[in-house]
Design a protein around this ligand. Structure first.
Ligand code: NOJ
Length: 585
């Protein structure tokens, strides 16, 4: 894709942001004029972010595990897809109990993924492709092999002891003790682990090898902000903040109200009110935002923000002040399960009205969830359904997050035998919980052995069957592929002012099967989008009048299948899971 199609690059943005400041300094602009100059929208507002799970993206050294040089090798592909930024899940030194989410050194690269020099080269090369790089910041916990935790477990008086959350436990009546409360780990069992050497328990929200940090200790904040500066100074465009809602826990360690029922790991379900979403986190996020905003170039904070409704996301932006996360993920949207026009209409309405003017970040897939291909697919029309989903994702008013493989229609491949499972929760939870290997299988590049992911005969997870057909190379050659549909949508979104910044106006709002909306610029030009979320052909009449669009002629911009046409008067027939995007003129 030509560079000219891209919005201003990293350097340009930095230059633009500093230009008025410089002009004032040089006396070329009066202070008031510079202050009044309208600020261009930051790059992230309309960005397409692309999540890379580095273990499974591209292996460059034949060990069966993806690496940073592999990502560098695939930058041409990412540029041709049209993404603005990549978020790379953790590649820091780690015992890999949670495949990188257990970090033992925050300012280095795990040798199996490469070196710091490889990372610097990746950032520099990505910049040449007009792609920014975000890294994953795991602030909630470290690995139990991190030097802080090793020190913390040496003695109750060691320097780093208070970096973690400790309890002496409660007497159990037989001269011994038990954990201080009923908190459970999301990955199964009690959230408390006993350390005999110091006769104390530590808290872990995830695996016991992932002790939670104590954010009530200002030294933790100081140390972690230093880590973030290390990567910001290396040129990262921002962070995805892991488990950011759970940084603070109840200081009194009170037990959580039981919810009834069992978790997928077989534990009695308890409320997370004592360990998640505590109000203290917001002051921290304001300090973090201010630190990050001091860097030029509009660095960005994405948040892993599992909340149960879109409205609950607003505080994570800082509400009306907009001074916390730039883009918390709309996980409520991501949790849509049924391809139902009413449900998607509702979620788009919520994203448009409940965030106090903040920009939504919509997504459907990530490395922790069964892929949308399987969640929404009916086994017959999966490719068309994938195109319908991509259409909504990429034409709604939002920033977008895609997960590697989503753009080619990669399927989930959940292990069928427990002995093949690599994700520990799939081993302990089998067969009720089979883990997350299925959505982490290697990226399918071509139809060669191991799908072009590795030259090793032993990729760390097996390549998903069917890759001979479903792969980036063959889909690139097929005009009608899921990949090319994504490419066309992204190119359109990038170039069409209505699709970038225009208002979203829902149309035909009672239709249970067809989702239709307009995107309208302040000048009144616009685009209509109509997708059939059913397996039956649907005929509707489209009109932009009620959205304030004066035109009566419709020009098809994208259509799947290719031959959807609008008849006189706006009548349009959408076949099963058809998708149409058109300009109103
Ligand atoms: C969320 C990450 O996406 C997931 O993969 C990880 O296991 C947990 N946080 C713990 O870091």
């Amino acid at each position: 894709m030509a560079h000219a199609m891209k919005p201003a690059g990293f350097q340009q943005t930095i230059r633009r942001a500093w230009l008025p400041v410089l002009a004032v300094a040089l006396g070329l602009l009066p202070l008031t004029a510079a202050a009044a100059a309208p600020q261009p929208d930051p790059w992230w507002k309309y960005a397409v972010f692309y999540e890379i799970y580095p273990r499974s993206f591209q292996d460059s050294n034949g060990d069966g595990v993806g690496d940073l040089n592999g990502i560098t090798r695939r930058l041409d592909y990412l540029e041709s897809l049209g993404v603005d930024a990549i978020w790379i899940t953790p590649f820091f030194p780690s015992p890999q109990v949670d495949f990188g989410y257990d970090i033992s050194d925050y300012v280095a690269v795990d040798p199996q993924y490469g070196t710091l020099a490889d990372f610097d080269r990746l950032v520099a090369e990505a910049q040449k492709h007009q792609i920014r790089v975000l890294v994953d910041m795991v602030l909630n916990h470290t690995s139990d092999q991190h030097p802080w935790f090793i020190d913390a477990t040496r003695s109750r008086h060691s320097a780093a002891h208070d970096f973690y959350i400790w309890s002496n436990g409660l007497p159990d009546g037989s001269g011994k003790h038990r954990p201080p409360n009923n908190w459970t780990s999301l990955f199964g069992g009690s959230a408390w682990e006993y350390v005999p050497g110091i006769d104390q328990y530590y808290y872990h929200r995830f695996y016991r090898q992932q002790p939670d940090l104590n954010w009530r200790n200002p030294r933790v904040e100081h140390a972690m902000f230093e880590v973030m500066r290390f990567w910001l100074d290396r040129g990262v465009a921002g962070f995805r903040l892991d488990s950011v809602t759970s940084l603070y826990k109840d200081p009194q360690l009170r037990s959580a109200p039981p919810l009834g029922g069992r978790t997928s790991q077989g534990n009695a379900a308890v409320s997370d009110a004592r360990t998640n979403n505590l109000p203290e986190v917001h002051a921290l996020l304001r300090r973090m935002r201010s630190m990050v905003d001091h860097y030029p170039g509009n660095r960005v904070l994405l948040g892993e923000t599992y909340v149960s409704s879109t409205a609950q996301l607003s505080p994570w932006y800082g509400g009306a002040r907009h001074d916390e996360l730039h883009l918390p993920m709309d996980t409520a949207f991501a949790f849509a399960t049924r391809l139902d026009a009413r449900e998607f209409r509702r979620r788009l309405t919520e994203a448009g009205t409940q965030l106090q003017g903040s920009q939504p970040l919509l997504l459907l897939d990530n490395h922790d969830r069964t892929r949308s291909w399987d969640r929404f697919g009916d086994g017959v029309h999966n490719a068309d359904i994938a195109k319908v989903l991509a259409t909504v994702l990429l034409t709604a008013r939002s920033a977008v997050l895609l997960y590697q493989g989503e753009e080619i229609g990669q399927a989930t491949a959940t292990p069928v035998r427990v002995e093949d499972v690599r994700d520990p929760i799939g081993i302990t939870g089998w067969p009720r919980e089979k883990g997350r290997d299925g959505e982490r299988t290697p990226m399918q590049w071509d139809n060669s052995p191991q799908a072009g992911f590795t030259v090793s005969t032993h990729p760390w997870l097996p390549v998903t069957p069917g890759y001979e057909k479903v792969n980036a190379q063959s889909e690139r050659r097929d005009f009608d592929s899921v990949l090319n549909w994504h490419r066309k949508l992204i190119a359109l979104r990038r170039n069409d002012p209505a699709l970038r910044g225009g208002r979203l106006v829902l149309l035909d709002a009672d239709n249970p099967r067809v989702l239709t909306y307009a995107r309208v610029t302040p000048e009144g030009s616009g685009v209509l989008v109509s997708v059939n979320m059913s397996a039956q052909s649907q005929t509707i009449t489209v009109s932009g009048n009620s959205a304030g669009l004066a035109g009566t002629r419709f020009r098809t911009l994208l259509s799947s299948p290719i031959d959807i046409d609008v008849a006189a008067g706006g009548r349009i027939t959408l076949p099963a899971f058809g998708a149409w995007v058109g300009a109103v003129e």
